[in-house]
Design a protein around this ligand. Structure first.
Ligand code: ADP
Length: 221
């Protein structure tokens, strides 16, 4: 957990925004929770530093509430795509540095990318992909999509690589992937040495092109 206390604003307190808000607050950050629905605002008053009722498509209200002071804003308006787009546009126009937005579908995602959202998340889609990867192989423990065809995966070291050093494995030359770190029992080795040995049951954190990662998982482990 980060020790630096940061200021965040979460606009839209549905299932997604609500969960982001509660988690940030639990981590000790300063969180402004915003929703146009008064009941939601009351519900989240105890899970945020401040909870404010306003319609985020109204630029004047956003400005007078001091949204400019927040470096990082999450727009979690789900169903109302128009409100989500307009809010994002206003936030970027008034100079909020980082705006992350939840997209409802691929078209929504495309528009948000175009108008300058700094990160677009599509939770159902992203999670579905992640679960599918986790289900497809017993060696895959977790999966994070980076950009287009690149990802980071957690792979289980099998008996095939037991007692091999990273040099012996030479995954970069053989598969074009990089072992960023590995977990051996409870210990996390975040700066692996070429001579470090992998043991069966270790968890390898590997980054690379999806095709190369697939090949390493199939042939290398
Ligand atoms: P989820 O799918 O994550 O549950 P919802 O679409 O159900 O998302 O919830 C989105 C939240 O955003 C609702 O609480 C809704 O009141 C709020 N919301 C929608 N439009 C606006 C707006 N213009 N300004 C502020 N909050 C909004």
């Amino acid at each position: 957990m980060s020790k630096v206390k940061k200021q965040f604003a979460v606009i839209g307190l549905g299932r997604f925004g609500g969960s982001v808000c509660k988690e940030l607050f639990k981590m000790g950050h300063e969180v402004l929770a915003v929703d146009k629905d008064e009941d939601k605002v009351n519900e989240y008053a105890k899970f945020a530093t401040h909870a404010v009722q306003l319609d985020s498509t109204d630029e004047k209200s956003l400005i007078s509430m001091g949204i400019r002071n927040f470096e990082h804003v999450v727009v979690a308006i789900g169903d109302n795509i128009q409100a989500s787009i307009l809010t994002t546009l206003v936030l970027k126009e008034i100079g909020v540095k980082t705006v992350w937005v939840k997209a409802q579908n691929a078209y929504h995602q495309k528009v948000l990318d175009k108008i300058g959202a700094d990160l677009v998340v599509h939770p159902e889609f992203d999670m579905g992909k992640r679960i599918a990867h986790n289900m497809s192989s017993e060696k895959i423990i977790d999966f994070i999509d980076l950009a287009d065809d690149y990802s980071i995966v957690e792979l289980l070291a099998t008996s095939k690589v037991h007692n091999m050093t990273l040099i012996e494995l030479d995954v970069r030359a053989n598969y074009g992937v990089t072992i960023l770190a590995f977990k051996s029992g409870k210990e996390m080795n975040i700066a692996p040495d070429p001579d470090d040995k992998i043991r069966e049951g270790d968890i390898l954190i590997v980054m690379g092109h999806t095709n190369d990662l697939d090949r390493f998982e199939d042939e290398g482990l």
